[in-house]
Ligand binder design. Sequence first.
Ligand code: PLP
Length: 225
Amino acid sequence: MSIPQRIQEILDTIPENVTLVAVSKTKPNEDILEAYNSGYRIFGENKPQELTRKYNELPKDIKWHMIGHLQSNKVKYIAPFVSLIHAVDSFKLLKEINKQAAKNERVIDCLMQFHIADEETKFGLDINEAREIFNSDDYKNLQNIRIVGVMGMATYTDDETQIRSEFKNLKSIYSTLKEEYYADEDGFAEISMGMSGDYNLAIEEGSSMIRVGSTIFGARNYANK
Ligand SMILES: *Cc1c(COP(=O)(O)O)cnc(C)c1O
């Protein structure tokens, strides 16, 4: 099956209100263009440098999502064009995004990343850390970012029960924050969860945005993962 066919197959099986982010990290421009020429516009990358290079080389109406861990000192490279930043995991990072967005006279949409896996290595906040951010006066003064939801990554395991419970946890964090801080804001609407191996489970548990790489573009070369 071709790349556009694999994208279409996923789109045919997911609900209409779920956004598919085609994760093109490590893949060449030709692969992205194949998808682009079939009409697809939403792509995800996890490294600022690679993302910036692809932005420069590819058509400008692509919506680029930064899905990976982002260091504050790299925000400036993607701030001019990025369409959604998925993995905001500190107040420091959020403030830097705001600063760089202001320089570019933009408002940048962001998701707060939560730690839901039982793996030490995955980044993310817990709900009290998010509350501390949202309660602070500093946060209320950020005019150039908009928090549009939450993001999380489940543990890499075959145990469906565990994955499901981690997704349930993220959904519940979303609902709690929605009620406490965003009850009147329609903009706080996204739950980014689910990848190639678990996106169906994620959708069953309330995902509104799935990030799918290898199922669309094929396995990645682990040497440059
Ligand atoms: C690579 C990556 C994905 C996609 O992973 P696949 O298993 O290839 O679908 C999703 N989310 C994040 C944050 C990633 O880094």
